[in-house]
Design a protein around this ligand. Sequence first.
Ligand code: SF4
Length: 254
Amino acid sequence: MSPAPPEPSAATGGRDPAPADPERLLRALELALQAEAAAGIDAVPVPAGRRQPRAGATQDAGAALAALQAAVAACTRCGLCRSRTHTVFGEGSAAPRLLFIGEGPGGEEDRTGRPFVGPAGRLLDRIIAAARLRREEVYIANIVKCRPPGNRTPTPDEVEACLPYLREQIRLLRPAVICTLGAPATRSILATAQGITRLRGQAFAFPEDPSIVVIPTYHPAYLLRAPERKRETWQDIQRVMRELDRARPDRDRA
Ligand code: SF4
């Protein structure tokens, strides 16, 4: 096997890459996933008990998330506030079973204030669909809420300044599974220095709430540059689905 291209780097920030033909790559992945499903790799169980949280609990979480989002919008805890156009808080269900966490906003996210809306975001949408889920059923967030200039990797100080917001999001969202996208997000969530190729393919307990399973996989932007990794990503997503199926569907959200 030829060596894989390097993981998302500081030069790209793991976001908004400029592949030669991203639409072709997106279509190729979609077709590959469909082919794998047709070949029988479709035994991914749809979670029998997709959580139906109490309406009141969801409303409470939604209100708390809105308040937290307002705090993030006014945040000046680190220097990234000076170059941002919009903060990118995250979006999705207020009671998700699955939370995706990326590294930070790219250019399109900074312009729109929404996470994963560039080419990598469109690939993430297709990965979510391959997992038999809809984007509005999951939650998507990043480690830092403001775009690092030039899409560089956020510094440890910037991550440390912003991570409390994500921790509070996780506490409010209470997902059953966190799928970290790429090395920086995985390292921050698992507090490890290991690389993504070593960490993916495994499931970990979230250090701050061991009832939450953390499953690392490649960042979609990396897959745009290294489509040969899509099979491993598909395996990771299958594992995500198995963990969702195993998780108690009626977790108390009180
Ligand atoms: S990146 Fe996070 S900590 Fe830094 S200014 Fe933005 S919201 Fe605040």
